[in-house]
Design a protein around this ligand. Structure first.
Ligand SMILES: [Mg+2]
Length: 236
């Protein structure tokens, strides 16, 4: 159990500040099912099928895989077309929904990002959102400028591929990194490439869930900024 304290897991030795790879939904902001609703809108607009994403598990998933799952479930003959038309519609509906019902950044996030940036840490995204979707959501809560690069949803990708892409986006290439996420899938992906992960229980999963998944540090939220910095610096 590592809620609010560190596990004995050996962290990657590092003589420089680690790059910090951030998940978006449930970690930086509470999208409150806006993404799911916008995908339902887009699927209806493109394929005439309503509520296609209602039964899909979004936690730790990525957008291309969600689209592929919906196609397999609801279309007898999966269209040979690329998902480009769907994602074009998705972005339009996502923007409309964000305008209609603003979403919040999660407690403590803005202050922590500001302080980490001022201290010289490089921040990148490692998210299952498509790139434009991630920046629409982050722009809606005023956090987009903290993240110049990232790894995003890609056709056929896994969560591990997304984290690798996040690392490759940083130049010079980092020798160490820490992932910050909110789901067991984030934990497993980080560990698959030997990265430590700080798991925040502000998404669907409890501190117990995330500790059982093996997260190196679990916090109930980022709302206790001082405590975050204390534990974060113990990780280094
Ligand atoms: Mg998440």
């Amino acid at each position: 159990m590592c809620t609010g304290s560190l596990t004995a897991r050996a962290l990657v030795p590092c003589n420089q500040r680690p790059v910090l790879i951030w998940d978006v939904d449930g970690t930086l902001l509470a999208a409150q099912s806006t993404g799911r609703a916008a995908m339902n809108d887009a699927f209806w607009a493109c394929y005439g099928i309503a509520r296609a994403f209602d039964d899909l598990n979004f936690a730790g998933a990525h957008d291309h895989d969600l689209w592929a799952q919906a196609i397999r479930r609801h279309c007898n003959a999966p269209p040979a077309m690329s998902p480009a038309r769907f994602f074009h519609a998705y972005l339009q509906h996502l923007q409309r929904r964000l305008n209609e019902a603003p979403i919040p950044a999660l407690p403590g996030v803005r202050e922590i990002l500001c302080e980490l940036t001022a201290a010289g840490y490089r921040l990148v995204l490692g998210t299952g959102n498509i790139r434009a979707g991630a920046y629409l959501k982050l722009g809606a809560v005023g956090l987009a400028n903290y993240f110049p690069h990232g790894g995003f949803s890609m056709p056929g990708a896994t969560r591990v591929d997304i984290l690798r892409a996040a690392l490759e986006a940083v130049q010079p290439h980092p020798t160490c990194a820490i992932v910050i996420g909110d789901t067991p899938r984030d934990v497993h992906a980080a560990h698959a490439i030997n990265l430590p992960i700080i798991a925040i229980a502000t998404g669907r999963f409890s501190t117990t869930d995330l500790a059982h998944a093996g997260a190196d540090l679990v916090l109930p939220s980022l709302g206790h900024v001082k405590r975050f910095h204390e534990l974060f610096h113990e990780l280094l």
